[in-house]
Design a protein around this ligand. Structure first.
Ligand code: PGA
Length: 251
């Protein structure tokens, strides 16, 4: 059965020392505690190796926030999936709306990134979600379906079953405007039905679909109580243990 997951996305926050402090603090907070979800932190690239050493990787998974769409070679400034994996990180967030919007990531480049992540043993946390105008025009289901189809539906069933999805309506990210639990459930159920059509009900039922966008300690419980919401991808509220722990404990 699918896992419940609470994943932090630190984005471009915290220098190395601050990041290590936060990771260590979270590690301490989780020590000796049983929680009902997998916990992941998505850190900047340069933090990965140090953070992976500082935490108990059985209790906290470590994620990059991106990886290159090429295997290796003359791509100045890029970081490959193999490099990410070599730090001890086990996950990579791919297709975040900020990367799509500000760094021109396309369905095609994301398809390559997903393949390389999987080939290097990383679990992709693949982000999808509509912008406000698309929701207002009632195109949100079509948009999300085509994002999934365009970057993931080339995968074999075996490969697809290793992917985690994160539905993040762009209008809810960092805005304090969360999707209502009903809006989240409606979209998550739609995504799961889309997966079932392509890969069958078993794989669809086993795929974790996280919600992201202004999720916090106050709304996590209600969001996570929906049958098709399997956890959260948490930005702002993952930057302090005091804010992140209650979200983990919402399960
Ligand atoms: P937020 O970000 O929780 O700050 O809205 C979520 C995300 O972008 O992953």
């Amino acid at each position: 059965m699918r896992k419940n997951i609470v994943a932090g996305n630190w984005k471009m926050n915290k220098n190395l020392q601050e990041g290590l402090e936060l990771a260590t603090e979270l590690n301490e907070a989780l020590k000796g505690k049983t929680v009902n979800c997998d916990v992941i932190i998505g850190t900047p690239f340069i933090h990965l190796a140090s953070v992976a050493k500082a935490v108990d990787l059985n209790k906290i998974g470590v994620a990059a926030q991106n990886c290159a769409d090429k295997e290796s070679g003359a791509y100045t400034g890029e970081v490959s999936a193999a490099m990410v994996a070599s730090t001890g990180a086990q996950y990579v967030i791919l297709g975040h709306s900020e990367r799509r919007a500000y760094y021109g990531e396309t369905a095609e480049t994301l398809k390559e990134k997903v393949k390389l992540a999987l080939a290097n043993g990383l679990t992709p946390i693949f982000c999808i979600g509509e912008v406000l105008e698309e929701r207002e025009a009632e195109k949100h289901f079509d948009v999300v379906k085509s994002q999934v189809e365009a970057s993931l539906f080339d995968l074999s069933a075996d490969d697809f079953s290793k992917v985690v999805l994160a539905y993040e309506p762009v209008w809810a990210i960092g805005t304090g405007k969360t999707a209502s639990p009903a809006q989240a459930q409606e979209m998550h159920a739609f995504i799961r039905a889309t997966l079932a059509e392509k890969y069958g009900q078993d794989i669809a039922n086993n795929t974790s679909i996280l919600y992201g966008g202004s999720a916090n300690a106050g709304n996590a419980k209600e969001l996570f109580s929906n049958p098709d919401v399997d956890g959260g991808l948490i930005g702002g509220a993952s930057l302090g243990v005091d804010k992140f722990m209650p979200i983990i404990e919402a399960f």
